[in-house]
Ligand binder design. Structure first.
Ligand SMILES: N[C@H](CCC[C@H](N)C(=O)O)C(=O)O
Length: 276
């Protein structure tokens, strides 16, 4: 199959974006892994598929596949790139775009300054919705690892996140603890692991070891989950600057029952065709 694609990134979290509206696309797990492979394919953290919606009140369907081929519920940096993609490819003329994902509906707004603001929906804290095995919903949980017990928060942005407070992200054991948290048995669908350092009540540093992709230069849903965790722990104000290795996002969360709003850039790198 010959596929047209666009390579994009959100703060270095990179994507192969495929228009499944004007071209017929059949993506197997193997094809996704090949597309994502940085030696034998195009190379990306996630593959994003743009499709026609399944409901009349929605503009597009947005499917997300990690580099390991697994389909997942949401992708924040990808959502911003999605908005830029559908506008640049003239798949819509709207600047406010309603999108359905496997993790729920999100709304994308392209601002005059070229940034993209995304209503990422209401965070889910009920362990069953994350999913996370716990007796009751809590702000923090003890997560037992072979040689230590971690104090984490567990948040779903449609996709599952475990957030760990660290003194300094630069020296955080992301490479060693990331995989142990990602595949922890209490997260039946695995989990994204965020390592969060307080800078001030309105600024944090964050690194994320992503489920199905490993550490990425940025993670949009991870930034949302970290702000939710920090707000629940009464450490953060309503609007927070989140510094990731690839750049910064602005995240706003008024509190429980409200949506998380993420604002940041989206970049088109090149257009291509691939035979897979
Ligand atoms: N690895 C994530 C999906 C991509 C999330 C991230 N790239 C973002 O920007 O939110 C997961 O398995 O839930």
């Amino acid at each position: 199959m010959r596929l047209r694609f666009t390579k994009m990134h959100g703060l270095g979290n990179d994507f192969v974006v495929i228009d499944g509206v004007t071209q017929k696309v059949r993506l197997s797990t193997e094809k996704i892994r090949t597309l994502a492979d940085r030696h034998f394919g195009v190379g990306c953290d996630q593959v994003l598929l743009v499709e026609t919606p399944t409901r009349p009140d929605i503009d597009f369907r947005y499917r997300i596949f990690n580099a390991d081929g697994g389909e997942v519920e949401n992708c924040g940096n990808g959502a911003r790139c999605f908005a830029r993609f559908v506008l640049e490819r003239k798949l819509t003329g709207k600047r406010s775009i309603k999108v359905e994902t496997a993790g729920g509906d999100i709304t994308l707004n392209v601002t005059e300054q070229g940034q993209v603001q995304v209503d990422m929906g209401i965070p889910r804290l009920n362990p069953e919705e994350i999913p996370f095995q716990a007796d009751a919903e809590a702000i923090r949980y003890d997560l037992a690892l072979p040689e230590q017990t971690l104090d984490i928060s567990a948040v779903s942005m449609g996709n599952p996140h475990a957030v760990l407070m660290v003194n300094k992200v630069d020296s955080a054991p992301v490479e060693t603890l990331g995989p142990l948290i990602e595949s922890h048995e209490r997260f039946p669908r695995r989990v994204n692991a965020g390592f969060m350092q307080m800078v001030s009540p309105s600024e944090i540093n964050l690194r994320v070891y992503e489920r199905g992709a490993g550490e990425t230069l940025a993670c949009g849903t991870g930034a949302c989950a970290a702000v939710v965790a920090g707000r629940l722990r009464q450490l953060l104000e309503e609007t927070v600057k989140v510094n990731l290795p690839g750049g910064s996002l602005s995240i706003t969360w008024p509190g429980p029952g409200h949506s998380v709003i993420m604002t940041g850039p989206a970049t088109t790198v090149f257009h291509g065709q691939v035979k897979i």
